[in-house]
Design a protein around this ligand. Structure first.
Ligand code: NAD
Length: 384
């Protein structure tokens, strides 16, 4: 199927005052949240369409936000001249192909992380957007969280000095109740820590990652360590081929192919800075996202897991309320990234976080995977 909307036509129509007409591709958890935010919290945009291959999923979400088109046919959305831009919120392994198809159809693209799971795919997605002249923004929402943005300003205006040590962590709210067999292999690096890898680059602007060493294990579900993760994804890093010895690597690290729910990664940068990223799938106290940059002149830290700045003092002691969902803790960040995307599509700005940023975070993730597989420190240039 072809589309009747060329990139140029889309861009010039949007130059006027008309709202940006957004379509969601993937009406799951984050697709639903993003779509509702577009409909209710993002100025200058309307939801025009929702697509999801599962029967009924698009209908439900389209009805909730008053979108005209609900379909199981992704191509119908891409071909629609009533759609200016798409939100890609389908599963990770479909992202890069959807970016390429949407860009070829002349649609501006907001793609959830990870934009791709191999560097070849990332390069194809970046090239497709460039060739079509469409905006490509990636869902690294932490850059839009007020505290993380303020930390970056403290770096930019010199208050931190030269970054020397950085930290970023993600602890998903527990108890973790997913089926490990349904979690794609390497999710902790490709879908969880990818946020932290981007955060570390964001807080160390201009610097490039040089080397990575990672440890990962199944501490929440040790029973799933050998059998756990879905292998449907295959070997995204290509490291098995590179080392030619998966079982040898397994002996070195104790865990190559199974479920991984806890990880720590060290990264060095070409400006000398050293960083750590860590993740765990089950923080019983709530969703916990934090960042820190320590430099020659000062330090900025951000993130607390608090839902508000209220602290309750009672007979039992002191309590704070913590968020149990990313969409609650980072509400402002999600609204901020979607607002920035709509502004970029309207021509008021360029994409704040784009394909090149997604590629760098992916390089770190792939190096971390190879490090776990081989038990060695991996240079970024080894993964491409
Ligand atoms: N930035 C963030 O904070 C954040 C938070 C959550 C999820 N995510 C990312 O968003 C993506 C989706 O996560 P989720 O938790 O919403 O998953 P989900 O499983 O809840 O939803 C995915 C949806 O996509 C649909 N789908 C499957 N294949 C498709 C295809 N080829 N085309 C279109 N739709 C398809 C599924 O039917 C489902 O409705 C993942 O990449 C995840 O890492 C990002």
């Amino acid at each position: 199927m072809t589309t009747s909307t060329s990139p140029t036509a889309t861009a010039s129509r949007i130059g006027a005052v008309a709202p940006v007409r957004v379509a969601t591709i993937g009406a799951g958890r984050i697709g639903t949240s993003h779509t509702e935010l577009i409909a209710r919290h993002v100025p200058g945009a309307v939801v025009a369409a929702v697509a999801d291959p599962v029967d009924g999923a698009a209908d439900r979400l389209a009805a909730a936000v008053g979108a005209d088109l609900a379909t199981t046919d992704i191509e119908a959305v891409l071909a629609s001249s009533d759609v200016d831009a798409v939100l890609i919120t389908a599963p990770a392994r479909s992202h890069s192909e959807l970016v390429c198809r949407a860009a070829a159809a002349g649609k501006h693209v907001f793609c959830e992380k990870p934009m791709a799971v191999t560097l070849d795919e990332a390069d194809r997605a970046i090239a497709a957007a460039a060739d079509a002249g469409v905006i490509l923004q990636v869902g690294f929402n932490r850059r839009f969280a007020p505290g993380f943005a303020a930390a970056r300003r403290a770096v930019d205006d010199g208050r931190v000095g030269t970054p020397q040590l950085l930290r970023s962590l993600t602890r998903d709210p527990g108890p973790w109740q997913a089926d490990p067999a349904r979690v794609p292999q390497w999710t902790i690096f490709l879908e969880t820590l990818i946020h932290d890898f981007d955060t570390l680059c964001f807080l160390n602007p201009g610097a490039r990652p040089v080397s990575v060493h990672a440890f990962a294990d199944a501490l929440i579900r040790p029973d799933a360590k050998e059998s756990g993760a879905s292998e449907a994804t295959g070997n995204v890093s290509g490291a098995s081929e590179a080392t030619g010895n998966v079982s040898g690597a397994s002996e070195a690290t104790g865990n190559v192919s199974g479920h991984l729910d806890t990880a720590i990664v060290t990264i060095t940068f070409d400006n000398g800075a050293m960083a750590t990223a860590e993740a765990n799938f089950s923080a019983l106290y709530g969703y916990d996202v934090r960042g820190e940059v320590f430099g020659s002149a000062g330090m900025a830290t951000t993130g607390s897991g608090r839902t508000t700045d209220m602290t309750f003092y009672g007979a039992a002691g002191v309590e704070i309320e913590t968020a149990r969902r990313d969409t609650i803790l980072l509400h402002e960040a999600y609204v901020g990234e979607l607002t920035a995307f709509v502004e970029a599509v309207r021509g008021a700005s360029s994409a704040v976080v784009g394909g090149a940023d997604a590629r760098t975070a992916l390089q770190i993730a792939l190096a971390a995977i190879r490090s776990v597989e081989t038990g060695t420190t991996v240079r970024i240039d080894e993964v491409g």
